[in-house]
Design a protein around this ligand. Structure first.
Ligand code: C6P
Length: 409
């Protein structure tokens, strides 16, 4: 097997990667749970808090205007990153989870009636199941589920067949957090659009790995979390098509989202403010802007190629390990590898790897229906970012051989 060249070295941009865990250099392979933060993001948040902190949209004083400009600048940067047509199509939320709940409550619920169908897929994260389930319970609608194949690809024929007379909404993950599969989003959206259906994409696992163009995709809603995109936590994005957002009622009420308030009747601002009640996570949004600026300074083509080489190399190395089985082998996938070992439970694997300073995730990954289709209660998952190395893949492999040795396989 040819060892790929480590042709990019961005590790020094990420201070946490210099630390040790349990006396060993940290090998951070839990990037699908959250990514690490480059110094430029840490500095931007710290600088805002130290020198620019003020509430936004409220003050006429200098600091408040500066903070408002920085916050709105971050919104414009996100709009550019997703190729949204207007910055007003970008709403700051707390995360992917809140973004999806906003859509189910404010867009879907008023439109759903008893007997309607919401089409999801079998590889959704709970964040893209439960909000729809709650909307279905309140409206009498039903959830329909597109199955996936043995290698972890969407069954596209089944998807097309499930787009029926009663379907009112389609929602699916762009990239699976367990299988790593990149779904054929453009094709699926085109199929839904042929029937005039609105589509939400959960982009939580896509944005760290793929360029996303919401106009080219032709989706109605796109969601992601800052913390998975090298930005601060507690910040999420909802992209929504302007004409749809304009027609949607507020999701939450409070300050900053109103035009006029009286005890008899109140009127609301236009999007995005209509959906950003109360003081948002100002420093977090500005930090996300800095994370995107950082990403845009990289040659994303080179980064993507390197991640794919890491994935290929890691897949080949893990296949050497007796009793190891990889879950999710679709040809189109990001650098996420879920696996089981005959000798040990995923939690035992993660615990032993931790003693070697290696951080992976074990469990159902908030995707219990997916686990049910796989017929396993849990998997171990190594998920990579562009700052991971070939050497770290070798360490992972050695540690897994050690797991087999300890459990007597
Ligand atoms: N997946 C993982 O380890 P929040 O928590 O709102 O930032 O993101 C939720 C979410 C939604 N969709 C997908 C596809 C996701 O992967 C996640 C978060 C993490 O896989 C934590 S469970």
């Amino acid at each position: 097997m040819q060892t790929p060249q480590q042709n990019i070295d961005l590790r020094s941009d990420f201070p946490i990667l210099q630390r040790e865990v349990k006396g060993k250099p940290l090998v951070y392979l839990d990037n699908a749970a959250t990514t690490q933060k480059p110094q430029v993001v840490i500095d931007r948040v710290s600088d805002f808090l130290a020198n620019e902190n003020a509430n936004i949209h409220r003050g006429v004083h200098h600091l408040s205007m500066e903070a408002t400009d920085a916050y709105d600048g971050a919104r414009a940067r996100v709009a550019g990153f997703l190729n949204a047509a207007h910055p007003e199509e970008i709403i700051f939320t707390r995360g992917t989870t809140e973004s999806i709940n906003l859509v189910t409550n404010s867009f879907a619920l008023p439109r759903l009636e008893s007997g309607d169908e919401i089409l999801l897929t079998g590889m959704e994260h709970h964040a893209n199941i439960i909000p729809w389930q709650l909307a279905a319970q309140q409206s009498g609608a039903q959830i329909k589920v597109t199955p996936f194949t043995e290698i972890g690809e969407i069954d596209i024929d089944a998807f097309e067949n499930l787009l029926g007379e009663r379907t009112k909404m389609v929602a699916f993950t762009h990239v699976s957090n367990v299988l790593g599969t990149i779904n054929p989003a453009q094709q699926m959206i085109a199929m839904a659009k042929e029937k005039g259906l609105p589509v939400l994409l959960d982009g939580a696992q896509a944005v760290p790995h793929l360029p996303v163009d919401v106009c080219a995709l032709n989706c109605d809603f796109y969601t992601f979390s800052s913390h998975k995109l090298f930005g601060p936590d507690g910040v999420g994005i909802l992209y929504g098509r302007k004409d749809l957002l304009n027609d949607m009622p507020p999701y939450q009420g409070g300050g900053d989202m109103i035009e006029r308030v009286s005890f008899e009747n109140s009127t609301f601002r236009s999007p995005p403010e209509r959906f950003e009640a109360g003081t948002p996570n100002i420093s977090g949004a500005i930090g996300l802007g800095a994370a995107i600026e950082y990403l845009e300074s990289l040659d994303r083509e080179t980064v993507h190629t390197f991640e794919q080489e890491l994935l290929t190399y890691a897949t080949e190395r893990l296949k050497e390990i007796p009793g190891l089985s990889i879950t999710g082998t679709a040809p189109e996938k990001v650098a996420v590898i879920s696996f089981t070992l005959k000798s040990a439970h995923p939690h035992d694997i993660a615990t032993i790897l931790d003693t070697a300073g290696i951080a992976i995730r074990a469990g159902h990954h908030c995707a219990q229906p997916l686990m049910q289709q796989l017929g396993v209660p849990a998997t171990a998952r190594a998920s990579f970012a562009f700052y991971n190395t070939i050497d770290e893949v070798d360490k992972l492999t050695e540690a897994l051989i050690e797991v087999n040795r300890i459990f007597g396989s």
